[in-house]
Design a protein around this ligand. Structure first.
Ligand code: SF4
Ligand code: SF4
Length: 223
């Protein structure tokens, strides 16, 4: 199971690197608007069906933050982990307004403002000091939109309570702190913050986490 999970994450890494390359090529060619159009098609539309796959598989910021987390973990560099309630969700909506404001302003003035590279650099900078979940949950303007559209996605990550032994391993690997604990110390996924990275599926020792529709989730062991 571990070996299959490792290959699956290797597949995910390849997909992320491909999209990161496409992102860089579009920026170099001065066509960031194509990337934004891609976000609407692949990100926003797919999130209604498959959750925030854009965040976990396509977004260049998600890819860079994943790599950054790997470096910080390997070098054992500590970062602050905020309490989930410490900062409000409103921050990412403000970020979205600022993002759209700058976009409209630059269009009207015919200016070339490097908005996407600037935001990517800001995400990496913030994540030098805070666990990457801070960006995913509180600051990312794209995440703000997808947290609404993915809330009732057709497919998502499900944790079956019968198999949970309350070890918390799934929570420790989750990049967006999407997994919460209920009053019986059983874990459940909040869905709207889940990046569909599937790291929790590989971490769970009982194979009780699966991706799919609630009624017929794919087996966790098959990933
Ligand atoms: S670890 Fe699991 S719950 Fe957390 S973002 Fe990845 S798939 Fe979602
Ligand atoms: S890793 Fe699996 S068994 Fe452990 S708390 Fe999470 S769902 Fe429960």
């Amino acid at each position: 199971m571990k070996k299959t999970h490792t290959s699956y994450q290797g597949f995910r890494t390849s997909i992320q690197l491909l999209w990161l390359t496409a992102f860089i090529v579009l920026l170099v060619q001065g066509q960031p608007q194509l990337w934004l159009a891609g976000f609407i098609v692949t990100g926003a539309a797919a999130s209604f069906l498959f959750g925030r796959v854009f965040c976990g598989w396509i977004c260049p910021m998600g890819t860079l933050l994943r790599f950054q987390t790997w470096i910080f973990r390997t070098l054992k560099i500590p970062r602050r982990k905020l309490q989930k309630s410490a900062a409000g969700d409103w921050m990412r909506w403000i970020m979205l307004l600022v993002f759209l404001g700058i976009l409209v302003f630059s269009r009207q003035r015919g200016m070339q403002i490097p908005l996407l590279p600037g935001m990517t650099a800001f995400a990496v900078l913030v994540s030098c000091f805070f666990h990457e979940s801070f960006w995913h949950r509180k600051l990312c303007p794209f995440g703000a939109l997808l947290s609404v559209s993915s809330r009732r996605a057709w497919k998502n990550i499900h944790i079956h309570k019968e198999g949970c032994m309350r070890c918390g391993k799934c929570q420790r690997v989750c990049p967006s702190e999407s997994i919460d604990t209920d009053s019986d110390k059983l874990r459940y996924n909040t869905n709207k913050e889940c990046l569909v990275c599937r790291s929790c599926i590989g971490a769970c020792p009982t194979g009780t986490i699966a991706y799919g529709t609630e009624a017929g989730s794919d087996s966790g062991n098959s990933t």
